[in-house]
Design a protein around this ligand. Sequence first.
Ligand code: FAD
Length: 299
Amino acid sequence: MSIQVKNVGEELRNTSKSLFSVEVMPPLKGQRVDALYSAIDPLMKLLKRYSVRKRPGTVGIAAAIRNRYDTEAVPHLICGGFTQEDTENALIDLDFLGIRNVIALRGDSVKNERVFTPEPEGNTYAIDLVRQIMDMNNGRYIHEGLDLDARTSFSVGVAGYPEKHFESPNMEVDLQHLKNKVEAGASYIVTQMFFDNQKFFSFVHKCREFGIDCPIVPGIKPITTARHLSLLPGFFHVDLPETLVKNVLACSSRDEIRKVGIDWAIQQCQELIEFGVPCIHFYTMGKSGSVEAIASEVF
Ligand code: FAD
Protein backbone atom coordinates (compact mmCIF):
# COMPACT_ATOMS: atom_id res chain seq x y z
CA MET A 1 0.00 0.00 0.00
CA SER A 2 1.49 3.36 -0.86
CA ILE A 3 0.59 6.34 1.21
CA GLN A 4 0.91 9.78 -0.27
CA VAL A 5 2.92 12.01 2.04
CA LYS A 6 1.58 15.52 2.36
CA ASN A 7 3.42 18.59 3.52
CA VAL A 8 0.97 20.16 5.95
CA GLY A 9 2.63 23.59 5.89
CA GLU A 10 2.36 23.78 2.09
CA GLU A 11 -1.19 22.43 2.04
CA LEU A 12 -2.31 25.06 4.54
CA ARG A 13 -0.70 27.82 2.51
CA ASN A 14 -2.33 26.65 -0.72
CA THR A 15 -5.77 25.49 0.36
CA SER A 16 -8.70 27.42 -1.10
CA LYS A 17 -11.20 26.25 1.53
CA SER A 18 -11.08 25.68 5.29
CA LEU A 19 -10.01 22.16 6.29
CA PHE A 20 -10.16 20.61 9.71
CA SER A 21 -7.96 18.46 11.93
CA VAL A 22 -8.52 16.81 15.28
CA GLU A 23 -6.32 16.10 18.22
CA VAL A 24 -6.60 12.65 19.76
CA MET A 25 -5.17 11.31 22.97
CA PRO A 26 -3.17 8.09 22.65
CA PRO A 27 -4.50 5.38 24.99
CA LEU A 28 -3.04 5.14 28.47
CA LYS A 29 -0.38 2.54 29.08
CA GLY A 30 -2.00 -0.86 29.33
CA GLN A 31 -5.01 0.06 27.20
CA ARG A 32 -5.34 -1.44 23.77
CA VAL A 33 -5.07 0.67 20.63
CA ASP A 34 -8.77 -0.13 20.01
CA ALA A 35 -9.61 2.56 22.59
CA LEU A 36 -7.97 5.08 20.30
CA TYR A 37 -9.64 3.76 17.18
CA SER A 38 -13.09 3.94 18.77
CA ALA A 39 -12.58 7.68 19.32
CA ILE A 40 -11.37 8.20 15.74
CA ASP A 41 -13.72 5.89 13.80
CA PRO A 42 -16.80 8.15 13.99
CA LEU A 43 -14.77 11.09 12.70
CA MET A 44 -13.24 9.36 9.71
CA LYS A 45 -16.28 9.82 7.51
CA LEU A 46 -15.85 13.56 8.02
CA LEU A 47 -12.09 13.88 7.87
CA LYS A 48 -10.00 14.50 4.77
CA ARG A 49 -6.90 14.69 6.95
CA TYR A 50 -6.24 15.24 10.59
CA SER A 51 -3.46 15.69 13.05
CA VAL A 52 -2.74 13.56 16.03
CA ARG A 53 -1.38 14.78 19.28
CA LYS A 54 1.59 12.79 20.42
CA ARG A 55 2.43 11.84 23.94
CA PRO A 56 5.99 10.80 24.64
CA GLY A 57 6.79 7.41 23.14
CA THR A 58 3.96 7.43 20.65
CA VAL A 59 5.83 7.11 17.37
CA GLY A 60 4.01 3.76 17.14
CA ILE A 61 0.63 5.42 17.66
CA ALA A 62 1.24 7.79 14.76
CA ALA A 63 2.23 4.82 12.59
CA ALA A 64 -0.82 2.78 13.71
CA ILE A 65 -3.19 5.61 12.81
CA ARG A 66 -1.53 6.15 9.49
CA ASN A 67 -1.71 2.49 8.59
CA ARG A 68 -5.30 2.06 9.67
CA TYR A 69 -6.75 5.20 8.10
CA ASP A 70 -4.28 5.93 5.28
CA THR A 71 -4.13 9.61 6.22
CA GLU A 72 -1.71 12.12 7.70
CA ALA A 73 -0.87 11.79 11.38
CA VAL A 74 1.01 14.76 12.84
CA PRO A 75 2.81 13.72 16.03
CA HIS A 76 3.59 16.38 18.62
CA LEU A 77 7.21 16.40 19.76
CA ILE A 78 8.05 18.09 23.05
CA CYS A 79 11.32 19.23 24.61
CA GLY A 80 10.44 18.18 28.17
CA GLY A 81 11.76 14.77 29.23
CA PHE A 82 13.83 14.19 26.12
CA THR A 83 17.51 14.66 25.37
CA GLN A 84 18.38 15.89 21.91
CA GLU A 85 19.57 12.40 21.16
CA ASP A 86 16.16 10.92 22.14
CA THR A 87 14.54 13.46 19.84
CA GLU A 88 16.91 12.66 17.00
CA ASN A 89 16.14 8.95 17.37
CA ALA A 90 12.38 9.60 17.40
CA LEU A 91 12.71 11.74 14.28
CA ILE A 92 14.75 9.07 12.52
CA ASP A 93 12.01 6.52 13.35
CA LEU A 94 9.32 8.89 12.08
CA ASP A 95 11.30 9.49 8.91
CA PHE A 96 11.63 5.72 8.34
CA LEU A 97 7.88 5.39 8.82
CA GLY A 98 7.25 8.08 6.21
CA ILE A 99 5.80 10.52 8.76
CA ARG A 100 6.98 13.93 7.59
CA ASN A 101 4.81 16.37 9.54
CA VAL A 102 5.40 17.19 13.20
CA ILE A 103 4.48 19.89 15.69
CA ALA A 104 7.39 21.17 17.80
CA LEU A 105 6.49 22.16 21.37
CA ARG A 106 8.27 22.87 24.59
CA GLY A 107 5.83 21.04 26.87
CA ASP A 108 4.78 22.17 30.35
CA SER A 109 6.44 21.81 33.71
CA VAL A 110 5.78 18.46 35.31
CA LYS A 111 4.09 18.06 38.71
CA ASN A 112 6.20 19.39 41.59
CA GLU A 113 8.13 21.73 39.28
CA ARG A 114 7.37 25.44 39.56
CA VAL A 115 8.92 26.25 36.22
CA PHE A 116 9.66 24.17 33.15
CA THR A 117 13.01 22.42 33.49
CA PRO A 118 14.58 21.00 30.36
CA GLU A 119 16.32 17.65 30.38
CA PRO A 120 20.13 17.85 30.66
CA GLU A 121 21.24 17.81 27.01
CA GLY A 122 17.65 18.42 25.98
CA ASN A 123 16.03 21.34 24.17
CA THR A 124 14.98 24.31 26.33
CA TYR A 125 12.46 26.06 24.10
CA ALA A 126 10.36 24.95 21.16
CA ILE A 127 12.64 27.00 18.90
CA ASP A 128 15.57 24.75 19.84
CA LEU A 129 13.52 21.76 18.73
CA VAL A 130 12.60 23.50 15.47
CA ARG A 131 16.31 24.18 14.90
CA GLN A 132 17.21 20.56 15.60
CA ILE A 133 14.63 19.38 13.06
CA MET A 134 15.82 21.91 10.48
CA ASP A 135 19.39 20.72 11.07
CA MET A 136 18.28 17.20 10.19
CA ASN A 137 16.50 18.54 7.10
CA ASN A 138 19.91 19.93 6.15
CA GLY A 139 21.68 16.64 6.87
CA ARG A 140 23.20 17.79 10.18
CA TYR A 141 22.89 15.32 13.05
CA ILE A 142 24.05 15.52 16.67
CA HIS A 143 27.22 13.52 16.21
CA GLU A 144 29.35 15.72 14.07
CA GLY A 145 31.66 13.95 11.68
CA LEU A 146 29.23 11.15 10.88
CA ASP A 147 28.80 11.03 7.14
CA LEU A 148 25.07 10.37 7.24
CA ASP A 149 24.15 12.31 4.13
CA ALA A 150 20.51 11.69 4.94
CA ARG A 151 18.40 14.79 4.76
CA THR A 152 14.98 14.50 6.30
CA SER A 153 12.12 16.60 4.94
CA PHE A 154 10.00 17.43 7.96
CA SER A 155 7.39 20.15 7.81
CA VAL A 156 7.08 21.72 11.26
CA GLY A 157 4.16 23.43 12.98
CA VAL A 158 4.45 25.40 16.22
CA ALA A 159 2.09 26.67 18.93
CA GLY A 160 0.71 30.21 19.17
CA TYR A 161 -1.37 31.88 21.87
CA PRO A 162 -4.17 34.35 20.99
CA GLU A 163 -4.39 35.20 24.69
CA LYS A 164 -0.57 35.17 25.17
CA HIS A 165 1.47 32.35 26.66
CA PHE A 166 1.09 32.60 30.42
CA GLU A 167 4.84 32.88 31.07
CA SER A 168 5.36 35.79 28.69
CA PRO A 169 5.53 39.28 30.21
CA ASN A 170 3.42 40.72 27.38
CA MET A 171 2.01 39.94 23.93
CA GLU A 172 4.85 41.69 22.06
CA VAL A 173 7.52 39.50 23.71
CA ASP A 174 5.44 36.40 23.03
CA LEU A 175 4.99 37.38 19.37
CA GLN A 176 8.71 37.98 18.99
CA HIS A 177 9.37 34.44 20.24
CA LEU A 178 6.70 33.13 17.88
CA LYS A 179 8.27 35.00 14.97
CA ASN A 180 11.66 33.53 15.87
CA LYS A 181 10.17 30.01 15.68
CA VAL A 182 8.81 30.74 12.20
CA GLU A 183 12.09 32.26 11.05
CA ALA A 184 13.88 29.17 12.40
CA GLY A 185 11.85 27.03 9.97
CA ALA A 186 8.30 26.45 11.25
CA SER A 187 5.84 26.66 8.37
CA TYR A 188 2.55 27.07 10.21
CA ILE A 189 1.07 27.89 13.61
CA VAL A 190 -1.70 26.06 15.52
CA THR A 191 -3.25 28.11 18.29
CA GLN A 192 -4.19 27.37 21.83
CA MET A 193 -7.95 26.99 22.28
CA PHE A 194 -9.97 30.19 22.57
CA PHE A 195 -13.67 30.88 23.00
CA ASP A 196 -13.91 34.44 21.75
CA ASN A 197 -13.14 34.78 18.03
CA GLN A 198 -12.24 38.44 18.42
CA LYS A 199 -9.14 37.31 20.32
CA PHE A 200 -8.11 35.14 17.37
CA PHE A 201 -8.78 37.87 14.80
CA SER A 202 -6.75 40.35 16.81
CA PHE A 203 -3.94 37.78 17.20
CA VAL A 204 -3.80 37.15 13.44
CA HIS A 205 -3.77 40.89 12.83
CA LYS A 206 -0.88 41.41 15.26
CA CYS A 207 1.04 38.46 13.79
CA ARG A 208 0.75 39.99 10.31
CA GLU A 209 1.89 43.38 11.64
CA PHE A 210 4.84 41.63 13.24
CA GLY A 211 5.78 40.08 9.90
CA ILE A 212 4.59 36.55 10.73
CA ASP A 213 3.06 35.53 7.42
CA CYS A 214 2.60 31.75 7.68
CA PRO A 215 -0.81 29.99 7.91
CA ILE A 216 -2.43 30.23 11.36
CA VAL A 217 -4.78 27.40 12.35
CA PRO A 218 -7.29 28.20 15.13
CA GLY A 219 -7.78 25.64 17.92
CA ILE A 220 -11.37 24.95 19.04
CA LYS A 221 -12.49 23.06 22.11
CA PRO A 222 -16.18 22.36 22.75
CA ILE A 223 -17.27 22.70 26.38
CA THR A 224 -18.86 19.44 27.51
CA THR A 225 -19.18 19.74 31.29
CA ALA A 226 -19.63 22.43 33.94
CA ARG A 227 -16.20 21.54 35.31
CA HIS A 228 -14.66 23.02 32.15
CA LEU A 229 -15.61 26.47 33.43
CA SER A 230 -12.82 26.28 35.99
CA LEU A 231 -10.58 23.59 34.48
CA LEU A 232 -9.95 25.23 31.10
CA PRO A 233 -9.00 28.70 32.38
CA GLY A 234 -6.88 27.13 35.13
CA PHE A 235 -5.05 24.70 32.91
CA PHE A 236 -4.85 26.51 29.58
CA HIS A 237 -4.84 30.14 30.76
CA VAL A 238 -7.77 31.18 28.56
CA ASP A 239 -10.82 33.35 29.26
CA LEU A 240 -14.39 32.16 28.86
CA PRO A 241 -16.87 34.79 27.60
CA GLU A 242 -19.57 35.86 30.02
CA THR A 243 -22.44 34.69 27.79
CA LEU A 244 -20.96 31.22 27.38
CA VAL A 245 -20.51 30.86 31.14
CA LYS A 246 -24.04 32.14 31.78
CA ASN A 247 -25.49 29.68 29.23
CA VAL A 248 -23.65 26.74 30.80
CA LEU A 249 -24.71 27.71 34.32
CA ALA A 250 -28.35 27.90 33.21
CA CYS A 251 -28.31 24.23 32.13
CA SER A 252 -29.94 21.57 34.24
CA SER A 253 -28.38 18.48 32.65
CA ARG A 254 -25.16 17.30 31.11
CA ASP A 255 -26.84 16.92 27.73
CA GLU A 256 -27.93 20.55 27.83
CA ILE A 257 -24.38 21.66 28.63
CA ARG A 258 -23.07 19.57 25.79
CA LYS A 259 -25.55 21.24 23.44
CA VAL A 260 -24.49 24.72 24.61
CA GLY A 261 -20.84 23.76 23.94
CA ILE A 262 -21.64 22.38 20.50
CA ASP A 263 -23.73 25.40 19.48
CA TRP A 264 -21.03 27.81 20.68
CA ALA A 265 -18.31 25.96 18.77
CA ILE A 266 -20.44 25.77 15.59
CA GLN A 267 -20.91 29.52 15.71
CA GLN A 268 -17.18 30.05 16.25
CA CYS A 269 -16.31 27.74 13.34
CA GLN A 270 -18.75 29.36 10.93
CA GLU A 271 -17.32 32.78 11.69
CA LEU A 272 -13.74 31.50 11.40
CA ILE A 273 -14.44 29.95 8.01
CA GLU A 274 -15.97 33.21 6.85
CA PHE A 275 -12.76 34.90 8.02
CA GLY A 276 -10.87 32.49 5.72
CA VAL A 277 -8.89 30.27 8.10
CA PRO A 278 -6.98 27.51 6.27
CA CYS A 279 -8.05 24.81 8.73
CA ILE A 280 -9.76 24.40 12.11
CA HIS A 281 -8.06 22.21 14.68
CA PHE A 282 -10.34 20.50 17.22
CA TYR A 283 -9.18 19.56 20.68
CA THR A 284 -11.03 16.34 21.55
CA MET A 285 -9.36 15.51 24.88
CA GLY A 286 -10.20 11.88 24.26
CA LYS A 287 -13.93 12.44 23.52
CA SER A 288 -14.96 12.81 19.90
CA GLY A 289 -18.80 12.97 20.19
CA SER A 290 -19.14 16.77 20.28
CA VAL A 291 -16.52 17.25 17.57
CA GLU A 292 -18.43 14.84 15.34
CA ALA A 293 -21.61 16.89 15.83
CA ILE A 294 -19.79 20.18 15.14
CA ALA A 295 -17.82 19.00 12.12
CA SER A 296 -20.84 17.39 10.46
CA GLU A 297 -22.71 20.68 10.80
CA VAL A 298 -19.83 22.92 9.68
CA PHE A 299 -17.94 20.94 7.01
P1 FAD B 1 7.85 27.96 23.54
O1 FAD B 1 7.60 28.45 22.19
O2 FAD B 1 9.20 27.45 23.86
O3 FAD B 1 7.47 29.15 24.54
C1 FAD B 1 7.37 28.91 25.95
C2 FAD B 1 7.48 30.25 26.68
O4 FAD B 1 8.83 30.71 26.61
C3 FAD B 1 6.65 31.38 26.07
O5 FAD B 1 6.24 32.22 27.11
C4 FAD B 1 7.61 32.08 25.14
O6 FAD B 1 7.24 33.42 24.90
C5 FAD B 1 8.91 31.96 25.93
N1 FAD B 1 10.12 31.88 25.11
C6 FAD B 1 10.27 31.26 23.93
N2 FAD B 1 11.54 31.36 23.52
C7 FAD B 1 12.21 32.03 24.48
C8 FAD B 1 13.55 32.44 24.66
N3 FAD B 1 14.50 32.18 23.75
N4 FAD B 1 13.89 33.12 25.80
C9 FAD B 1 12.97 33.40 26.74
N5 FAD B 1 11.67 33.04 26.62
C10 FAD B 1 11.29 32.36 25.52
N6 FAD B 1 1.99 20.17 25.51
C11 FAD B 1 2.36 18.87 25.61
O7 FAD B 1 2.99 18.51 26.61
N7 FAD B 1 2.07 17.97 24.64
C12 FAD B 1 1.39 18.32 23.52
O8 FAD B 1 1.11 17.49 22.65
C13 FAD B 1 0.96 19.68 23.38
N8 FAD B 1 0.30 20.09 22.30
C14 FAD B 1 -0.02 21.40 22.15
C15 FAD B 1 -0.62 21.82 20.97
C16 FAD B 1 -0.93 23.16 20.77
C17 FAD B 1 -1.56 23.58 19.47
C18 FAD B 1 -0.65 24.10 21.80
C19 FAD B 1 -1.02 25.56 21.59
C20 FAD B 1 -0.05 23.70 22.97
C21 FAD B 1 0.29 22.35 23.17
N9 FAD B 1 0.92 21.91 24.32
C22 FAD B 1 1.29 20.58 24.42
C23 FAD B 1 1.19 22.82 25.42
C24 FAD B 1 2.59 23.51 25.32
O9 FAD B 1 3.60 22.55 25.47
C25 FAD B 1 2.66 24.56 26.42
O10 FAD B 1 1.76 25.60 26.15
C26 FAD B 1 4.03 25.08 26.78
O11 FAD B 1 3.90 25.81 28.02
C27 FAD B 1 4.65 26.03 25.77
O12 FAD B 1 4.97 25.37 24.63
P2 FAD B 1 5.51 26.20 23.34
O13 FAD B 1 5.89 25.20 22.33
O14 FAD B 1 4.58 27.27 22.99
O15 FAD B 1 6.85 26.83 24.01
